[in-house]
Unconditional design. Structure first.
Length: 342
């Protein structure tokens, strides 16, 4: 898709402190883009004990999605037994953990989350300090290497995605090692094109970080913005309607929400089948760029900072391919981005 010439200010080189917009953008407020945070404090609670648990979570955790995750685990327990979870015995909870572990085959991380939520509910909230089930639960992570695409497979995948409004965010996920939600939450204020920096706001754990961005990727973003010219969103939702460039650009210019997460996820699933890729998801691109950077000589600490990992042990998995000396990450990102289709 080419930029529409119907926009009188279609200038891909227009710059601001954000790197993409002209200078009157400081007054804009960051929207609640991407997946909207769900807060248990706003839920209709089936049982009074769940309402009390929502308030406990509100006191303990800052992020709504964290509160929702723990609350959901207790709601699943209530659904499983069909009663107020506060009425359950220790043996019933033990049977539930055994059920999800041996029958439903939950992953260890999910089992640990269920146990942590139950401990907060029964020990911290209800005061059942004598329960020993929580020290009995063991759920160790299995050692699985992540799926990784080769450089040729990444290039083939991006070439297969013909529409620029889908290819651009997917390409950015690879080039900067972003999570999907981090990519779709980006605004025009988060790109420092001249400095070669991209700011990730409110990443996993609510942390901000800065990652390098290649000049070729910045140019792609500028050209893409010159088409839709949304005053805030980097990847605005195209919505429904005619697909003529002028009408599409107008809907994107007025959009207040980014591309739906599900749209990009479905696109990757279809592309994977058509290209006969064994395993590929949007998160696979994040694993892939980390591995490619290590192969190219980036230090493990550089890759850790790029991906926003809290613990370097999480990043160490990418060392299974190669060990090389430290190189400048900006140069490596430039090189990785240069060959990708535009």
């Amino acid at each position: 898709m080419k930029p529409s010439h119907s926009h009188p200010t279609d200038n891909a080189n227009a710059t601001t402190p954000a790197g993409l917009l002209q200078a009157n953008s400081a007054s804009f407020r960051r929207p609640d883009a991407g997946r909207k945070g769900r807060d248990p404090l706003d839920y209709q609670h089936r049982h009074a004990s769940l309402g009390d648990f929502a308030r406990l979570l509100g006191l303990r955790y800052h992020l709504p999605r964290t509160r929702h995750s723990y609350y959901r685990q207790m709601r699943l327990i209530a659904d499983h037994f069909g009663c107020d979870p506060a009425t359950l015995s220790e043996d019933q909870l033990r049977d539930y953990i055994l059920h999800v572990k041996t029958r439903k085959h939950w992953k260890p991380k999910t089992i640990r989350q269920a146990a942590a939520a139950a401990r907060m509910f029964y020990v911290d909230q209800l005061g059942r300090d004598s329960w020993t089930v929580f020290v009995q639960i063991r759920a160790r992570d299995e050692e699985h290497l992540p799926a990784v695409l080769t450089r040729q497979e990444v290039i083939a995948l991006l070439r297969h995605i013909r529409l620029r409004r889908y290819r651009t965010p997917i390409k950015l996920i690879y080039c900067c090692g972003l999570r999907l939600s981090e990519c779709l939450n980006l605004t025009v204020h988060d790109i420092d094109g001249d400095g070669g920096k991209l700011w990730v706001r409110g990443g996993k754990g609510g942390k901000d970080r800065m990652v390098p961005i290649a000049a070729a990727m910045v140019e792609d973003l500028r050209r893409y913005w010159a088409f839709h010219r949304n005053r805030l969103l980097l990847f605005p939702n195209a919505g429904r309607g005619p697909c003529r460039p002028e009408q599409l650009a107008e809907r994107m210019r007025r959009a207040t929400a980014p591309i739906p997460v599900s749209s990009l996820q479905r696109l990757i699933l279809v592309a994977r089948a058509q290209l006969s890729l064994p395993q590929a998801s949007l998160h696979t691109l994040r694993h892939s760029v980390a591995t490619h950077l290590v192969e190219a000589g980036a230090s493990i600490h550089t890759v850790k900072d790029l991906l926003g990992h809290r613990n370097i042990q999480t990043t160490m998995i990418y060392l299974h391919l190669t060990h090389r000396a430290r190189q400048d990450c900006r140069e490596l990102v430039e090189r990785l981005c240069l060959e990708l289709p535009r």
